[in-house]
Write a protein that binds this ligand. Structure first.
Ligand code: SF4
Length: 341
């Protein structure tokens, strides 16, 4: 079964170059509640009558715990079963020629384990993961961080350990808490940082003790150390931040898409990583402005027609503001006050 599963894990960029006429037909399998069936969504049609090759895109995000995830008033899905279900569906479809796993950039450990334990030969990885603490350190060192307390990501702390964030209260005297993504953990972290601030105390509070343990996950850290090097990472619209990116070690170059596909260094591709004109995502991400202070918010840029990445992703700040009902664009007021050059 494992071999069959790995055969299915063929990355699109290899196979699409080998199949004539394919690469335009695709479907995406979305997460569905346990009582519904997986459905195909056609993203783009193949040209021609008899072309039916498909590429499956599977998102891998959240914490892949092999047990049902508790949700508000009901038991949720088991993420491992759901993932397996998607792979099985892809494997059973003879028209599927490639599978793309879109692994959450924070899941460095999953990619590292895959490579360290013997990835299939035809698997290529496009590394885009980032280490967040160097970016936070850069903001804090700038003296204008744009925030007064820090809630650190629990899924990262699960692997790397909460200690990665100790420098924030110790060196910058800022309230800090580690939180998961469930409401109770986020509320606990909010309560903690507010209380730290009101009482004038700063410490690192672990509000996600169910999975975040002192020292993190040593096995996952070993996989990362074995397979990846830490390098300067390029942050879209912000620039390079030292020690904030991961690349595969040269010994794993056979799985590195940037090495195996030299077209990645072409200028057109590099420009694809630039921020669209007028988009203030970088300022939003850095906490310099609120989303609705962008001149495009709610006007040229909406979830239906997103201009920048912060409106595309469910986790994007602009998308979250819009989804929660903020419709007013205050850029004009900001400009009139002189805050906008
Ligand atoms: S509203 Fe759109 S254009 Fe403006 S910062 Fe957000 S994503 Fe970028």
């Amino acid at each position: 079964m494992k071999t069959q599963l790995f055969r299915t894990l063929t990355v699109v960029i290899i196979v699409s170059s080998l199949l004539s006429g394919c690469g335009t037909g695709a479907f995406q399998i979305q997460m569905v509640p346990r009582d519904q069936e997986l459905k195909e969504t056609q993203i783009r049609r193949d040209k021609g009558l008899f072309v039916s090759d498909k590429i499956v895109v599977i998102d891998v995000d959240g914490i892949l715990m092999n047990k049902p995830q508790d949700q508000w008033m009901r038991q949720g899905d088991n993420p491992v079963s759901t993932f397996r279900e998607k792979l099985d569906k892809a494997a059973a479809d003879k028209d599927v020629k490639a599978v793309v796993l879109r692994i959450d950039p924070a899941h460095e450990a999953a990619r590292a384990a895959l490579v360290a334990q013997g990835a299939p030969e035809n698997l290529l990885l496009l590394m885009s993961g980032r280490r967040t603490w160097p970016a936070v350190a850069m903001l804090l060192d700038s003296g204008e961080p744009g925030f007064e307390a820090l809630i650190a990501p629990g899924h990262v702390a699960t692997v790397m350990g909460p200690e990665e964030w100790e420098f924030v209260p110790r060196d910058h005297h800022m309230p800090t808490a580690v939180a998961g993504f469930a409401p109770e953990s986020l509320l606990a972290a909010l309560y903690s940082v507010l209380r730290q601030r009101i009482e004038g105390k700063c410490f690192l509070d672990n509000c996600y003790p169910q999975v975040v343990r002192p020292g993190g996950n040593p096995a996952a850290q070993r996989f990362i150390d074995q397979t990846m090097d830490v390098v300067a990472g390029n942050w879209r619209g912000i620039g390079a931040i030292p020690d904030s990116g991961y690349v595969l070690k040269p010994t794993h170059a056979a799985h590195d898409s940037r090495v195996q596909l030299p077209s990645y260094t072409e200028m057109a591709r590099k420009r694809a990583g630039e921020m669209p004109p007028g988009c203030d995502c970088a300022k939003v991400v850095l906490g310099k402005i609120y989303p609705n202070e962008c001149r495009l918010y709610g006007l040229a840029c909406t979830p239906r027609q997103p201009v920048g990445p912060c409106m595309v992703s469910d986790e994007g700040a602009c998308r979250i503001w819009w989804a929660n009902g903020v419709r007013e664009n205050v850029w004009a007021g900001r400009k009139a006050s002189g805050a906008e050059a």
